[in-house]
Design a protein around this ligand. Structure first.
Ligand code: ACO
Length: 401
């Protein structure tokens, strides 16, 4: 038996906590979650109120600056963000380097990482002003890059930013507009998208945010750190779940087939899980899922879209909420369960869902990154391990092995 503490010369407590289920990695004043009560607060404000009353730009200001903006502060912030929406013309070459059928998350990962080559000399992370510029650039350029990833994947020409529009209106135009042709932003879609962005803006120390913090803790370039966050978000257990959830709902197809999938999710020998169900922290309900369900209903009604997948989703939720397995394991719909239905009704292909999540979560990533770097006690993140390998032994010459 190896005494790990002696091996590393460590004294004091040593915890072994795979998956960090009960270890706080940092102090943070940005987001509070009470998983048992289904509470999510940003800087103290409930997510339900923010989703109903504020805009994504207001929430971005709140998360990055710490307080809700005054009307004047919001105007200035929106103006600043709109001045940074363009990307360097050379960045277009990076898009063109990808196969046209590349997953847009692969493109996002590469292109956002490539931004570090454009801003390598202006990101002295110890300077708060430089951090703010990097943060504004990231918030502003992410919609441009996301829209370009979409345009590239469907083989259409890129649409340049229109800074006369709102943050979300501009994103919709860059995504669904055509160059040199007028594009009228639908206020229903604009509001729904803005709300989806609000609901995804931050979620304390989730896997991708922790990845951004860990990468950033070495003082790495912030654009490279965001690329690391995007890579982590891509996985189906995290941001990729909304894509997986909609694919699953489409596969189920009809309410009559739900019991078969419920049975599979409960079968220990079947790796299948109900996508969009369960959460590491929420063990009562995910408050974002409630707002998302309502938004899905509104969008489908207002767009006059009748999607049988929405009926399957609601029925599945009802059945699971009464099922002993899901109740005992405290598995409820999470934010991803309904978001795919809305995004699909708006016209996004499933491959873009996680990209939209990344766009919104960028606000949380930069807020958390900035908070970490600005902390005078900040140290490089360096988790320990519980070593289970061979004890010390002598090298054996290759001829004798
Ligand atoms: N369907 C069926 N069973 C499930 C599900 C599910 N969706 N989620 C968890 N379980 C079961 C597990 O099999 C496990 O059972 P056991 O105790 O008998 O072994 C138990 O519930 C606990 O699950 P864990 O995976 O240990 O819980 P953890 O907190 O690590 O995982 C996670 C949370 C990853 C979200 C999980 O619930 C899951 O895989 N859900 C589906 C994917 C998903 O929707 N992800 C989105 C998360 S939200 C977000 O990223 C924005």
């Amino acid at each position: 038996v190896i005494d790990i503490r002696k091996l590393y010369g460590q004294t004091g407590a040593f915890t072994f906590d795979p998956g960090f289920t009960s270890t706080a990695s940092c102090e943070s004043a940005i987001t509070y979650i009470d998983g048992d009560k289904g509470v999510l607060l940003h800087r103290g404000y409930p997510i339900e109120q923010l989703a109903e009353k504020s805009s994504f730009m207001e929430v971005a200001y709140l998360l990055t600056e710490g307080e809700l903006p005054s009307a004047e502060e919001l105007k200035r912030f929106e103006y600043t963000i709109s001045r940074h929406t363009m990307v360097h013309e050379q960045l277009l070459q990076f898009f063109r380097g990808f196969r046209r059928d590349a997953h847009p998350m692969a493109i996002m990962c590469g292109v956002v990482g490539a931004l570090s080559a454009f801003y390598h000399d202006s990101t002295d992370v110890d300077d708060p002003k430089q951090r703010m510029i990097a943060s504004n650039r990231l918030i502003a350029k992410m919609p441009t890059i996301a829209a370009m990833a979409y345009k590239y994947s469907v083989g259409q020409p890129f649409v340049y930013p229109d800074n006369s529009l709102s943050y979300t209106g501009n994103f919709l135009k860059m995504t669904f507009g055509v160059p040199a042709e007028p594009y009228v932003v639908d206020p229903v879609i604009e509001r729904a998208m803005d709300r989806i962005f609000i609901l995804h803006a931050d979620h304390e120390q989730n896997a991708s945010t922790s990845t951004v913090r860990l990468a950033g803790s070495s003082g790495a370039n912030p654009f490279a750190c965001m690329a690391a966050g995007i890579a982590c978000l891509w996985g189906p257990a995290h941001g990729g779940a909304n894509e997986a959830a909609l694919n699953m709902l489409r596969e189920i197809g009809r309410p009559e087939r739900i019991p078969e999938y419920i049975a599979r999710a409960k079968d220990k020998d079947d790796p299948f899980r109900l996508m969009g169900f369960g959460h590491r922290v929420y063990k009562n309900y995910d408050p974002r899922a409630t707002v998302m369900q309502q938004t899905a209903k509104e969008v489908l009604e207002k767009l006059g879209v009748s999607d049988p997948v929405f009926d399957v989703a609601r029925e599945l939720e009802q059945i699971a909420l009464k099922d002993e397995y899901f109740v005992s394991k405290k598995l409820y719909p999470n934010v991803d369960f309904y978001s795919g239905i809305i995004l699909s009704a708006i016209g996004f292909p499933t491959s873009m869902f996680t990209v939209l999540f990344a766009l919104a979560r960028t606000v949380g990533w930069v807020a958390q990154w900035n908070e970490m770097i600005g902390d005078p006690e900040q140290k490089i993140g360096r988790p320990r391990q519980l070593y289970t390998g061979a004890a010390q032994r002598d090298y054996v010459d290759i001829a004798k092995r």
